[in-house]
Design a protein around this ligand. Structure first.
Ligand code: PGA
Length: 254
């Protein structure tokens, strides 16, 4: 696929996979995807599997991501994980502000922006998630919600930091539901988000930023979604838990 920006496809394993299961999955992916150079491939296991997965992918084209990170560097923050701890396992990417964390952990745009700054301070790359709910889409509030989330979750980032940030547009109604945005809906939202980045940063930055689509991405719809001009990859949940489906998504988008 001829794209302006290199595709980045990440698997968000969420709260799935023991260490043994994680190793099975990642060993299978190494075999299937060993020759792929056209796409940046990222897996985001739960924290407990980062150490073993990190060793297993050491000599491969698969990069490691985490699903969350503390905005603080060290100290009395029970249950939290700091950047320096992720770096011990050669983590490169950190998913921030996933809609499940916005919903269940009540993460706000302001908190996500703090986390994004902490991720950059550690020379890691954030994957910042945004997206509207079904209710917001039905009330025609999609653009307003996306604009607010982009401004709030990326507040304070420099142009250099923004250029190294990945965005994931994930309509909440499409996550884990089997309902995918149409290619037209995805392209429209991605182009709108890029337009917001032009105003907030500048044209050069906006052209560099990769915007992933997320929400029920599977082998049968991935290629068409990623063929859209402003769709620069995918954040895959359910279909990233199996070797076959995740590798088919990646191979299908080359
Ligand atoms: P899904 O999840 O692919 O299972 O819809 C996507 C995500 O939540 O990142």
């Amino acid at each position: 696929m001829n794209k302006e920006r290199k595709l980045i496809i990440a698997g968000n394993w969420k709260m799935n996979k023991t260490v043994a299961e994680a190793l099975d999955l990642v060993r299978g992916l190494k075999i299937e995807l060993g020759n792929v150079k056209e796409v940046d491939i990222v897996v985001c296991p739960p924290f407990t599997a980062l150490g073993e997965v990190s060793k297993a992918i050491l000599d491969s084209n698969i990069r490691l991501g985490a699903q969350n990170m503390s905005e603080n560097n060290v100290g009395a923050f029970t249950g939290e994980i700091a950047a320096v701890m992720l770096k011990e396992f050669s983590v490169r990417y950190v998913i921030l502000g996933h809609s499940e964390r916005r919903q269940y952990q009540k993460e706000s745009d302001a908190l996500i922006a703090k986390k994004a700054l902490a991720v950059h301070a550690a020379a890691l790359k954030p994957i910042v998630c945004i997206g509207e709910t079904l209710e917001q889409r039905e009330k025609n509030q999609t653009q307003q919600v996306l604009e607010t989330q982009v401004h709030g979750s990326l507040a304070g980032l420099s142009k250099e930091q923004m250029s190294e940030t990945i965005l994931a547009y994930e309509p909440v109604w499409a996550i884990g539901t089997g309902k995918t945005a149409t290619t037209a809906q995805a392209q429209e939202a991605h182009a709108f988000i890029r337009g917001v980045l032009v105003k907030m940063f500048d044209d050069t930055v906006a052209r560099k930023v990769r915007i992933q689509y997320g929400g029920s991405v599977k082998p049968s719809n991935a290629r068409e979604l990623m063929s859209q001009a402003d769709v620069d990859g995918a954040l895959v949940g359910g279909a990233s838990l199996e070797v076959r489906s995740f590798s088919d998504i990646i191979k299908g988008s080359i």
